[in-house]
Design a protein around this ligand. Structure first.
Ligand SMILES: *Cc1c(COP(=O)(O)O)cnc(C)c1O
Length: 396
């Protein structure tokens, strides 16, 4: 097979070789338990402490606000469940979120609804951005929590987090953000943006899988999420994933150091791809906001095709991409994010998400621009829906 082109970096990223190097000692000779008293264990302890300091420096939070977890899903579950139950004790059982959150958030909210919480899911505009004013208007006396993602994993839109943070702080409502797609990709400032809780995951910024963090503002008094030993100040028990934590911190450090260079270079590749596709493939739209989006994200809808067939044909060409439509459960329901933009089902079905990283090259963009249009033509030539579109018939 010819060279593989990996453009699904919102799903996961390749671990940076330098990150693996930093982790290796803790997977081999330095296997001490960070909680042990002898100096062999203390070496691991020191590595975990240093990792906490690095994360704090990159995100402008305090080291004692960083709690390591198993990843983004756990951090989201922890933040939302903790806030909900703490506030329920004060009679506050209303939660505000958006229609385009990750399932780790949406499904947690669904579970809380069954337990008697009331959830308001704010809509987004056609550009995939939630309005800070809508957040302000939705806050009630019994609002326990606002949870709004920093950047969307499908359409890449960046939400007005600083504005929402300011509103929540002013109203005295806790604010959590799922920043899994933002951390390591765009500037994130925990303190300045008035965030109370923030979720992140290492494998989305060239770190290892299965490790993440929840940043929790100092002063919030909260119970433990996992009972057991005294790790993570007694809030999240379990022997530390030393190698993973070290890897997370180093990947974050490198990503943040490189950001100044990667943002403009990714945005240039992204925009060349977007312009190229929109100029050559008719009846195609770019989903999300043209400007206010992650530097590596492009998401298209092609009328008259099925996203799944497109992915298969791309796979034959060695191209790893993703469809906007979630068929994870075997259902062919289009993605809730694309539907929230107001796209009709038929159009949401024909979607393609390309997510670039700093490991992609201009040659990759050339290949995408030469491979995608003929595949779309081929699929359309076999599509009864496309035939109807050509005849100007209704095809919904
Ligand atoms: C990937 C992702 C998650 C889940 O993170 P894991 O570490 O894979 O559990 C949560 N939220 C968003 C926005 C994501 O992109």
């Amino acid at each position: 097979m010819s060279r593989m082109i990996y453009v699904d970096n919102a799903a996961t990223t390749r671990i940076y070789p330098e990150v693996l190097d930093k982790m290796m000692p803790f997977l081999t000779d330095q296997y001490g338990n960070p909680s042990s008293l002898y100096s062999f264990g203390q070496y691991a302890r020191q590595a975990v402490d240093e990792a906490r300091d690095t994360v704090a420096e990159c995100l402008n939070c305090r080291s004692d606000e960083v709690y390591f977890t198993s990843g983004g899903s756990e951090s989201d579950n922890w933040a939302i469940r903790m806030a909900a139950h703490l506030m329920a004790d004060k009679g506050k059982k209303h939660i505000i979120s958006t229609a385009i959150e990750h399932h780790a958030v949406l499904h947690t909210l669904k579970a809380l609804e069954k337990q008697g919480f009331e959830v308001t899911l704010l809509p987004v505009g056609q550009n995939g951005i939630v309005s800070a004013k809508d957040v302000r208007d939705a806050i009630r006396d019994d609002t326990a929590l606002v949870t709004v993602m920093f950047a969307n994993n499908e359409i890449g839109t960046i939400q007005p987090i600083a504005e929402i943070g300011e509103i929540c702080r002013e109203k005295g409502v806790w604010f959590h953000t799922d920043a899994v797609q933002a951390v390591g990709h765009i500037p994130v400032d925990f303190a300045k943006m008035n965030i109370d809780m923030l979720s992140l995951s290492a494998h989305k910024f060239h770190g290892p899988k299965g490790v993440g963090a929840l940043i929790i503002r100092r002063g919030i008094r909260f119970p433990s999420f996992i009972e057991g030993g005294a790790q993570e100040k007694g809030r999240r028990a379990g022997t530390e994933n030393t190698a993973g934590i070290v890897g997370l911190a180093h990947a974050l450090k490198l990503s943040c150091e490189r950001m100044e260079k990667t943002i403009p270079s990714l945005a240039a590749m992204r925009d060349r791809l977007i312009t190229g596709i929109l100029n050559t493939v008719e009846r195609t739209r770019l989903n999300g906001d043209p400007v206010n989006r992650l530097p590596g994200n492009a998401n298209f809808s092609f009328e008259g095709i099925e996203g799944e067939s497109l992915l298969l044909l791309l796979d034959f060409k060695g191209i790893c991409a993703s469809s906007g439509s979630a068929c994870t459960s075997g259902s062919l329901d289009p993605s809730h994010v694309l539907l929230a933009l107001g796209l009709p089902h038929a159009i949401a079905h024909g979607s393609l998400r390309i997510t670039l990283s700093d490991e992609n090259t201009d040659e990759d963009i050339d290949t995408l621009l030469s491979e995608i249009p003929p595949i779309i033509s081929r699929l359309r030539s076999m599509s009864p829906v496309w035939e109807k579109i050509q005849k100007g018939e209704d095809y919904e």
